[in-house]
Design a protein around this ligand. Sequence first.
Ligand SMILES: *[C@@H]1O[C@H](CO)[C@@H](O)[C@H](O)[C@H]1NC(C)=O
Ligand SMILES: *[C@@H]1O[C@H](CO)[C@@H](O)[C@H](O)[C@H]1NC(C)=O
Length: 255
Amino acid sequence: MRKREEMTLLKLLNFLHVLMLSVFTGAADGYYFYTWTQCIYSSPDLRDMELIESFCFNKYPVLRFNSTVGMFEGFSDFGVKTAENWNNDTNLLQQTLAKVYTFCKANAKVYEAAIYRKKERPEVRLTSVMPGDSTHPALVKCSVYDFYPPPIKVYWLKDGEEVTSDVTSTEELPNGDWYHQIHSVLEYTPKSAENISCVVEHASFTRPMIYDWTPPAPGFEWDIRLLFTVESAALLLGIITATVGYIYYKIKTWS
Ligand SMILES: *[C@@H]1O[C@H](CO)[C@@H](O)[C@H](O)[C@H]1NC(C)=O
Ligand SMILES: *[C@@H]1O[C@H](CO)[C@@H](O)[C@H](O)[C@H]1NC(C)=O
């Protein structure tokens, strides 16, 4: 439920982004004029926020406002003349410069809260990869799905002690939708009185989360060797039946 609400928020921000590109399609034959507003910054406190407002016609930049310069700059004859004109209008210059606060910084705060500082709790699942027996080790997988941000620590505990060997893990794999997943496989010898757990440490948790492993009850396993055995038995039964039938038929026809 929470995830869906956040996705809606992301879509809303995308919509804002489209609004920034206010496209005016002029004639039906496809000339178009558009403005493109960029808010560029690298300081977390938004101190170095720079606004670049570009005016373009059919992909050619005509005019640009750079907030660090505080003036319009023109390209092409028309652009240069327009820039001269607009730079004489102190009201327009002040209004455009004010967008550093009213547009750029205001939106950056919204984006940071919704994306940069976003934290999503993972879903953790423990599954048996191989049950193991007296001669083969067992394999258990700890799958951690749908977390954000990517940094995460996944490790195993055996009777409360961290396991350092017999562990194979993937990287944090991006889902392609902001969320990530990671998988870790532990090889162990099935012993009755051993407690195995998977531990996940992530920014979305206030403490390490421990997930205990309950091995599956030993049951009937349809493995490949068993299938061959059943198949061979069926074939043997078929041959015997055919042979007995043939002999019976021969005896019948003789008498
Ligand atoms: C804006 O102008 C400043 C000062 O001339 C310059 O350092 C900066 O690179 C310009 N920004 C862009 C995106 O061109
Ligand atoms: C801009 O202002 C200057 C001085 O006030 C003036 O000389 C110039 O003609 C003006 N340019 C335009 C395009 O209005």
